[in-house]
Ligand binder design. Structure first.
Ligand code: AHR
Length: 335
């Protein structure tokens, strides 16, 4: 009956731009002195461990959802597999968690499993990547980055950079390394670049390949592109994350070119290692993607626990870095 009621609440709240949620009331009661409170059981299904960004994201959750803070935290690393994510979600249902937090590997294919979660009356909070579902009420809310905006930021930076170097009207050949195909980080950043190429007739897409967001993938894809396109034809590398960029930089150096000088390098994430590369001149531009979602999701759960509504879509603020502003931020970067 309780599950039926919760399902009904989710459905009826779907039309609202703000969504509140009654938490399940069967969590264990923990007593601290005179104060008694619930231990909140949270299941987090992570994409994997493909990148430095991802590892920072995992750490952010693990250090937020601690026993001392009143949580029981169940964590699954899906190693890039949506099937493993489905299995983890079913396991969280069986374990009767209070909340499921999902960082989806890809955007599509979530309708059926999220219907199962709704049947079980468990609120779903999406973190990092987004999903495409027929019914938006299948999840409670989402927090993460605006990947399309990140791509637009990159295009804006490149436009200004080329103009500054008096290359604004030159023919520019762009190599594009894509992340995991179908992940919203890939979809948004790719769209940003495609829009840029469509609006500048002198920008050409010289090659496009997925490096699956990993260093090895980035290096292999870049080596193949260098072989097919020819290193001398490449003016710009637009690489959808730092791990792939680091691999691609190795490939560019092995082909005898100077990254950041012979080839303009634009990357995404802005992890510490990438900041180092801005300082040494091997990366020209970093479009930030912030991985520290643990405290943000913690805040969402606290709000829900107090019976208040939360915003359905919550974007985080992100910056763009190059040699003009990297140094100061780099000193505080912990991932
Ligand atoms: O979804 C965020 C992306 O996933 C990050 O840019 C990338 O590094 C990670 O693997």
């Amino acid at each position: 009956m309780k599950k039926f009621l919760l399902s009904a609440i989710f459905i009826s709240l779907a039309a609202l731009s703000f969504i509140g949620c009654d938490k399940k009331s069967d969590s264990t009661v923990k007593t601290q002195g005179t104060d008694s409170r619930h231990t909140i059981k949270v299941g987090y299904v992570q994409v994997g461990h493909e990148s430095a960004w991802r590892n920072a994201n995992t750490l952010s959750f693990k250090s937020t959802f601690t026993a001392d803070s009143g949580y029981e935290f169940l964590f699954v690393d899906a190693d890039g597999s949506q099937k493993v994510q489905f299995d983890a979600i079913r396991n969280f249902i069986a374990q009767n968690v209070d909340y499921i937090v999902l960082a989806p590997v890809v955007e599509t294919g979530w309708d059926d499993i999220l219907k199962e979660v709704r049947e079980a009356g468990i609120p779903v909070i999406l973190s990092d990547r987004q999903i495409k579902v027929s019914d938006e009420s299948l999840y409670l809310c989402w927090v993460g980055a605006d990947f399309l905006q990140e791509g637009k930021n990159a295009v804006k930076w490149l436009t200004a950079y080329l103009e500054n170097k008096n290359l604004g009207t030159e023919e520019i050949n762009i190599v594009h390394l894509q992340g995991t195909m179908g992940a919203s980080a890939q979809v948004g950043r790719t769209q940003g670049l495609m829009d840029g190429i469509a609006s500048y007739p002198n920008w050409n897409l010289a090659a496009q390949k997925s490096g699956n967001f990993t260093t090895e993938g980035g290096k292999k894809a870049m080596q193949e592109i260098i072989k097919s396109v020819g290193i001398n034809k490449i003016n710009v590398l637009y690489s959808e994350n730092d791990d792939m960029t680091l691999g691609a930089i190795e490939a560019i150096k092995e082909a005898g070119k100077v990254p950041g000088d012979d080839i303009i390098i634009i990357s995404f994430d802005a992890v510490y290692k990438a900041f180092m590369k801005i300082i040494t001149g091997e990366i020209n531009c970093e479009c930030e993607c912030n991985p520290l979602h643990g405290p943000r999701v913690g805040e969402i759960i606290r709000t829900l626990e107090s019976g208040k509504p939360v915003e359905k879509i919550q974007y985080v603020n992100e910056s763009v870095f190059d040699h003009t502003n990297a140094q100061a931020v780099m000193l505080t970067r912990r991932y």
